[in-house]
Structures are given as C-alpha cells and as structure tokens.
Ligand binder design. Structure first.
Ligand code: GUN
Length: 280
C-alpha cells in the first residue's frame, strides 16, 4: 500500500506558483484573489483562512470580504459586480454554502467566468463537460493531478464516485471521463452501494460520513481517494473511509488530513494564476 501524499505534492505546486508569481511581478502584475465569506459557519471560516494563508505563502494578494449572514441577495450581487469590474482583482470565490435566503446559482452565475477560480459558473462547468480548457473546480482538479503525479493510468479504469454535488462529484466524473475512464456516480438514492464500490478500480468518496467505506466494500488492489472531512468529538479530523482497515487492501490511498485537502488549496492557487494570466 502506498500513500498518495497530497501534502508533499501541494508543496511542490506552491513552489512553482511562487516562481510564476515572481515572473508576473516583473511585468507589474500582482495576482489577486477576492474571497467572499457570508455569515459565520465555523468550517467555512476555517477553509477561507487556509486559502488566505496559502495565497500569502505564494505572494498572491488575497482580500477576504466578510459579510453578515443577513445580507440581501441584491447586495451580494452588487459586491460581485464591483469585483468583476475591478481590474486589480483576478480571481473571485464565494465560499459555499450561502444562507438559505440567497439563491446560490444566481450568485455563481454573476461571477465573471474569467475570474471564476472555483469553476462553478455554468459556462465553465459546460466547458469541463466538453473537455475544453477552463477554470476547473479545485477539488476534482487536485485529485486528477495527484493521481497523475503517481503515474496512475486512468484509461478504461472503473471509477466509482460517491457524492454527486456540483462542487465535487459531478465535475470529478467529467474529468475522469475526459481521461477515458468509465464512470459510476453514486449518491444518496443509489441502491446496493457495495455492489458498485466492489467494482471500483478507483473509488472516490466525499459525502461527510465517518467510516462509510469499510474493508468489505473495497476490491483488493483498488485505489481509494478520500474526499471527506469530518471532525470527531475529540477534535480529530478523519475522512469517510475506515483508513486503518481499508488501507490493508488498497494499492494506493489518500490520507485525511494530508491527501485531497492540500491538493484542493494548491489547485485554487493554480486557477488564480491561470485567471491572472488570462489564458482561459
Ligand atoms: N464549500 C465547500 N467546498 C468549497 C469549494 O471548493 N469552494 C467554495 N467556494 N466553497 C466550498
């Protein structure tokens, strides 16, 4: 069993990004990411802080706009419009989830597709499905980058993804499909989950349920990618996979923490550079 070490790859990527930032600075360009955080969800606060720190490490300017949860949809749309029109801002990210009174799709559609570093705008989502170059959602992008770093061949592989969100599962399915893998996308209405997971050469799980994947659900030699982030009462962070037991059967597995999480951040930084260079 080999660990897919997202932490060390993310450090390598950050090193490259630092160099790209320096090159842009010689042209008088300072890459800049605006992050909008609405309300006081503790998990969102912690993710946003991690993103800002990563920007700082790489010399990317980051502006975090903290807005009260009672903000109107109209005011939030206006905030985005201002950032769209600000030439000094290259990337815009609205941390999700948003409060219930705000229509998330309407907000995401307001972000200029050229500044959409999360790749959540329907224009970018469509480009991903067509296999066109685009700003790609950070978690799926990070997963593919990590698998490729370990020279894992994806062609014709049975890839089973559990969790069909717009943020992770759906774009991840599209990216694997673009690599000519065979995709099964499972979700809460999927019957006989184990029948699917046992067929997986590559199993990706991201639903936020501790120990959802147990040893009996995984094929011998499979590759397991754990996208889950769960905080136990003890404060310990774990994924959705029973790591201690499942890892005995896998050829490769991502740890939590230190697997997909740091790759998500690194991919966001890559997207910010791409948006700054304007080559999208
Ligand atoms: N909430 C959970 N994951 C993400 C993400 O990747 N981007 C944003 N903007 N919000 C999230």
């Amino acid at each position: 069993m080999q660990i897919l070490d997202g932490k060390s790859l993310s450090q390598k990527i950050e090193h490259n990004i630092k160099n790209q930032v320096q090159e842009l600075q010689t042209k008088g360009i300072k890459p800049s990411l605006a992050v909008i955080l609405v309300g006081d969800d503790p998990a969102s606060h912690s993710y946003v802080t991690m993103k800002a720190k990563a920007c700082q490490r790489c010399g990317i300017e980051s502006i975090t706009k903290r807005l009260v949860s009672s903000i109107s949809e109209e005011s939030l749309l206006l905030e985005i419009e201002n950032l769209n029109n600000d030439n000094l801002v290259h990337g815009i990210l609205v941390q999700l989830p948003l409060p219930k009174h705000i229509n998330t799709n309407k907000i995401l559609e307001k972000i200029s597709p050229k500044k959409d570093v999360d790749g959540f705008h329907p224009f970018n989502a469509g480009k991903i499905f067509y296999g066109l170059d685009s700003l790609t959602p950070a978690t799926p992008k990070g997963i593919i980058t990590l698998l490729k770093e370990y020279k894992i061949d994806l062609v014709g592989k049975n890839v089973v993804i559990i969790g069909a969100s717009n943020i992770v599962g759906k774009p991840l399915a599209a990216l694997f499909l673009n690599e000519n893998a065979t995709i099964t996308l499972c979700h809460i209405y999927t019957k006989n989950l184990k029948e699917h997971t046992l067929n997986a050469d590559i199993l990706c799980v991201g639903v936020g349920k501790v120990n959802l994947i147990t040893q009996d659900m995984v094929k011998e030699g499979a590759i397991v990618v754990d996208i889950g982030i769960n905080k136990l009462e003890s404060g310990k962070i774990v994924g959705d996979v029973d790591f201690a037991n499942v890892s005995q059967k896998t050829s490769y597995i991502t740890p939590v923490p230190g697997g997909v999480g740091p790759m998500t951040i690194a991919s966001l930084l890559e997207n910010t550079i791409k948006a700054t260079q304007g080559n999208i």
